[in-house]
Design a protein around this ligand. Structure first.
Ligand code: SAM
Length: 257
């Protein structure tokens, strides 16, 4: 798989299936480091109130979006760059009896006016894009005083070229900041305070999920061998380079000034 960079997004060449397509095909529910356990941990820190406007960027198959939408009166919008993910996410919302507004985006510029949301959520999304551009977009669409929660891969230390190349070829990640660099990038984008709610190692099991995703397990994906080849390649990269990887759940408040 080869990637090119289009307006800051690492985009695959041609129609070949990539890692994210394989996740969509398999209906994977919590495709982020820390898995759904990490999601439940940060969700528990949020006081969801009726009328709260939430945007999830890169919602994948919609597990977190549907969970947030189960809080009475919480208005969830969820976007993803892949139609296949949104199709799955819509079905999950229907099957779960929750309302989520889903929208396709294919640009790191989010199709919303400034100050539209109280909370922006991303789980293993920002790192696959032009990080600075994405964080500025999160700041733009948030109301002053609103906040973002973002779970992302962090480098344990500055990555050697061969490790970075493997991440780029496997995931299209253009760079993997360290936790300190992530915090600085958030501050530079207009967020303060910036706190790490949770962090830990990245393991192969993160993607498989720690709490079974019953909805996902009930789906019958019609995938081919290519899906498994890609998932195996991911597991090989994860195992081989695990010592270089961590993850952090960052909570960052959009400055009012
Ligand atoms: C690793 S998956 C994570 C999906 C989901 N957040 C989860 O935890 O299961 C990354 C997702 O982000 C989406 N994505 C990446 N860059 C995006 C962007 N700029 N805008 C919208 N979605 C994006 C991909 O299409 C993919 O569905």
């Amino acid at each position: 798989m080869a990637y090119r960079v289009v307006s800051g997004i690492a985009t695959k060449w041609g129609d070949d299936m990539d890692y994210h397509d394989a996740l969509a095909d398999l209906c994977v529910g919590s495709a982020h480091p820390g898995g759904y356990l990490a999601t439940l941990a940060w969700l528990a820190t949020i006081d969801f109130q009726p009328g709260m406007r939430v945007l999830e960027v890169g919602c994948g198959t919609g597990r977190t979006a549907c969970e947030m939408a189960s809080h009475p009166g919480v208005l969830v919008t969820a976007v993803d760059a892949r139609q296949a993910m949104l199709d799955k996410a819509r079905k999950r919302a229907q099957d779960s009896g929750v309302e989520v507004v889903f929208r396709l985006v294919d640009d790191e510029r989010l199709p919303f006016d400034a100050g539209t949301f109280d909370l922006v959520v991303a789980e293993s999304v920002t790192v696959f894009n032009d990080v600075q551009a994405m964080l500025l977009e999160y700041a733009r669409v948030l109301v002053p005083g609103g906040f973002a929660v973002d779970t992302e891969m962090c480098a344990a230390a500055a990555l050697p070229d061969d490790v970075m190349e493997a991440f780029y070829k496997t995931y299209g990640a253009l760079r993997v900041p360290t936790q300190t660099q992530w915090k600085r990038l958030w501050r530079e984008a207009g967020f303060d305070p910036v706190r790490v709610l949770l962090s830990g190692p990245v393991t192969v099991d993160s993607v498989r999920g720690d709490i079974p995703d019953l909805w996902s397990m009930a789906q019958k994906p019609d995938h081919d061998q290519e899906v498994w080849r890609i998932i195996e390649q991911n597991q090989t990269v994860m195992s081989e380079y695990a010592k270089w990887l961590q993850y952090a759940v960052i909570r960052a408040t959009r400055q009012t000034g």
